[in-house]
Design a protein. Structure first.
Length: 163
């Protein structure tokens, strides 16, 4: 059974699809794509059915990442099939933990930047939606930095399941 990771932001059109694309690339590079499934969702359903924000797509493509995406809203029932739920900011973390049906499910929720030692006291990936293009570039940099530590943590879990 694959290890399942879901990235969650507000509308599932900027930060979480970016994190999904970057982390999926890292998983593939590590040769874990048969063992790890990666997707994303939003805490709200405002953009359900929409593609990623065109600025997200542009930044991802400019850096060599795929950008095929359809927004959807996170559902509490998904906790039972997920191993890790990665929140992009503290607000998402709180919302997801409140949504979790059990304490064990709430324990599956982590902040993305908690996997980046350089993040320090700033655990959130800022929402670039209302800003300029440089905010999307900054978002990508934060996602890439945190993906290194996240991949190591997931790899440890996957290897523990295989052994």
């Amino acid at each position: 059974m694959p290890y399942r990771v879901c990235f969650v932001c507000t509308g599932n059109i900027c930060r979480s699809p970016m994190a999904e694309s970057v982390f999926r690339a890292r998983v593939e590079e590590a040769g874990l794509d048969q063992l790890v499934e990666v997707d994303s969702a939003g805490t709200g359903g405002w953009h359900e059915g929409d593609g990623a924000d065109p600025r997200t797509v542009a930044v991802l493509e400019a850096h060599g990442y795929g950008s095929d995406h359809t927004a959807r809203q996170f559902q509490a029932s998904w906790f039972s099939r997920l191993d890790l739920v990665v929140a992009l900011d503290s607000g998402h973390l709180k919302a997801l933990r409140r949504l979790a049906p059990t304490p064990e499910d709430a324990d599956k929720v982590r902040l993305l930047r908690s996997y980046d030692p350089a993040a320090g006291d700033d655990p959130d990936v800022p929402d670039p939606y209302y800003g300029r293009m440089d905010g999307f570039e900054e978002c990508l940099e934060m996602v890439e930095a945190a993906s290194v530590g996240l991949l190591a943590a997931v790899q440890e879990q996957v290897e523990g399941q295989v052994s």
